[in-house]
Design a protein around this ligand. Structure first.
Ligand SMILES: Nc1ncnc2c1ncn2[C@@H]1O[C@H](COP(=O)(O)OP(=O)(O)OP(=O)(O)O)[C@@H](O)[C@H]1O
Ligand SMILES: [Mg+2]
Length: 490
């Protein structure tokens, strides 16, 4: 048989390896994975201010490598992904160190020390391009490498230079500070179980420019008002996948500061869902894997899933460790968990809410069942409508009544029905502007107060009525402002 050696061209493939979709924070997380796997208890990320030489260092006090191990580690594909990994090994593909680094910089230096012996190796993308060959440079003078003096007796320093991607060519301080802050927030979440370990687990300290990162526990699990489901587990082959559902405390049970903090960067709605951990390292979060929608009612629900690294293939873990898909047998169990958590979460909102709203209903549309017919009718008793009507002269009031009647009589039922049965997720009402929402809140609040509803209950009642219940964050903010202004005016 004739064969042809289709070896990749170094200069081209190495450039393509840069673009598998890392961001600064996912790239840093991949480097930190390696440090944790090597047994480090201290990891230091150094990002000097923008007006100095642009470089970034990640230093650990792990086991370090021999020169042979280091040279193997520099090889793209240093280990076969089909091989099993040691317990708690956070790696899989033998690629992370290279792909994560190249995604951010053009020059990667790794300096490592084991039993006091130091070794270093460099991937320089410009040199690879020039030589068009997979050539790692081995520097003779290791002492002049930045931060090398900070290596202890054993450990590893990963140095990124020529940071064309991580920071960009114009090193604006503001940009750098912002990106570093974002990366810190991400790492505080991804590694929270190493930063604040459970009993018998090893603690890892991660510092960014000497500032220790603080674990961000997305389940707010220490708070007494957090509802915890029972720990559960299922077997997948020889491995175990564990689950636990959490419902975060309702905003009335926590300080405004904590409410804001536990929302996370993307807010409660987007951060609800499953949180999948592989060997305690967070891989993916804020998704229901298509088993439910991210609705306002379930926004306090977060479910922890723990999987071991032996199930990588079943979960379809990707190189960046940023995506995963549950295998079918896990999916079935997740579906049931989703159903129960939906019910619990809704209760947090509705227990009190139901009692309050039964007396204080605020529907815009009434569904009236009459002689076998179902009629949708605009509720003319709604505070926004009564408020408006009282300000009209008698003849305009009559005209207005006619207009309202006309709207009710001409609801496009057929079109709605057909759209709702084919693509329900695409059917949405017109959005409410800030102005309209605010006006509705002002009038609703006035009407509710006239009925003797105390200020403390206003939010709960509004949060169950349209249009407020689909715009809770804005409603809360406006209501707060209205109440504050009222208080200020006595
Ligand atoms: N900080 C470190 N300390 C000790 N050894 C390291 C360190 N970083 C990398 N290594 C070694 O280099 C190897 C290659 O790392 P790399 O991140 O490229 O692949 P991986 O961790 O094996 O798999 P993945 O691609 O899933 O991250 C590791 O398997 C490890 O043996
Ligand atoms: Mg790795």
């Amino acid at each position: 048989m004739r064969t042809y050696k289709a070896a990749p061209k170094a200069s081209m493939l190495i450039e393509s390896m840069r673009d598998i979709g890392y961001s600064l924070e996912t790239a840093l997380a991949d480097i930190i994975d390696n440090s944790i796997t090597s047994g480090a208890s201290e990891i230091d990320i150094m990002v000097p201010p923008a007006d100095t030489e642009a470089r970034l260092g990640i230093l650990d006090n792990g086991e370090g490598m021999t020169e042979e191990e280091l040279l193997n580690a520099m090889r793209p594909g240093s280990q076969n992904p089909l091989e099993g990994r040691g317990a708690a090994d956070l790696g899989r593909f033998g690629l992370g160190l290279k792909t994560a680094s190249f995604s951010q910089c053009r020059r990667l230096t790794v300096v490592t020390k084991q039993t006091g012996v130091i070794s270093a190796a460099v991937w320089d993308l410009d040199y690879v391009a020039e030589e068009d060959d997979w050539l790692v440079q081995i520097p003779e003078d290791t002492m002049s490498i930045p931060w090398v003096d900070r290596l202890g007796d054993h450990g590893t320093l990963v140095l990124w230079e020529n940071l064309d991607r991580a920071i960009g060519t114009n090193k604006i301080q503001e940009n750098l500070t912002r990106r570093t802050d974002e990366a810190c927030a991400h790492l505080e979440l991804v590694f929270h179980r190493f930063l604040a370990p459970g009993q018998k687990e090893k603690k890892v300290t991660i510092k960014v420019n000497a500032r220790p990162l603080k674990a961000f526990d997305p389940f707010h699990s220490k708070h007494t008002a957090t509802m915890k489901g029972p720990p559960e587990a299922i077997k997948v082959g020889d491995h175990e996948v564990a689950f636990q559902a959490f419902t975060l405390p309702h905003h009335k049970k926590v300080s405004p500061k904590d409410w804001e903090y536990y929302a996370g960067r993307e807010g409660y709605i987007k951060n609800q869902g499953f949180y999948v951990y592989r060997e305690r390292r967070l891989i993916i979060y804020g998704t229901w894997f298509g088993l439910a929608r991210q609705t306002d009612l379930t926004k306090l629900a977060r479910v922890r899933i723990d999987m071991p690294n032996g199930l990588d293939a079943e979960w379809k873990i990707d190189v960046k460790k940023a995506s995963a898909q549950p295998p079918p047998q896990v999916r079935d169990r997740l579906r049931r968990i989703v159903e129960t958590i939906g019910a619990t979460s809704k209760r947090v909102y509705t227990e009190r809410g139901r009692r309050l709203t039964e007396k204080n209903r605020l529907p815009i549309w009434n569904r009236v069942q009459d002689k076998g017919e179902i009629i949708y009718r605009v509720n003319r008793e709604h505070p926004v409508l009564t408020d408006f009507t009282t300000r009209l002269s008698a003849d305009l009031r009559l005209d207005f009544k006619k207009i309202i009647e006309l709207f009710g009589a001409t609801l496009p039922m057929d079109a709605l029905f057909s759209d709702l049965s084919s693509t329900p997720e695409k059917v949405a009402g017109q959005d409410v502007t800030d102005e309209t929402l605010n006006h509705s809140i002002v009038t609703a609040v006035r009407a509710l107060r006239e009925k003797g509803v105390p200020d403390d209950d206003l939010y709960d009642i509004l949060s169950l009525a349209a249009p407020f219940r689909t715009h809770l964050e804005r409603t809360e903010a406006f209501l707060k402002k209205i109440l504050e202004e009222d208080n200020a005016n006595g």
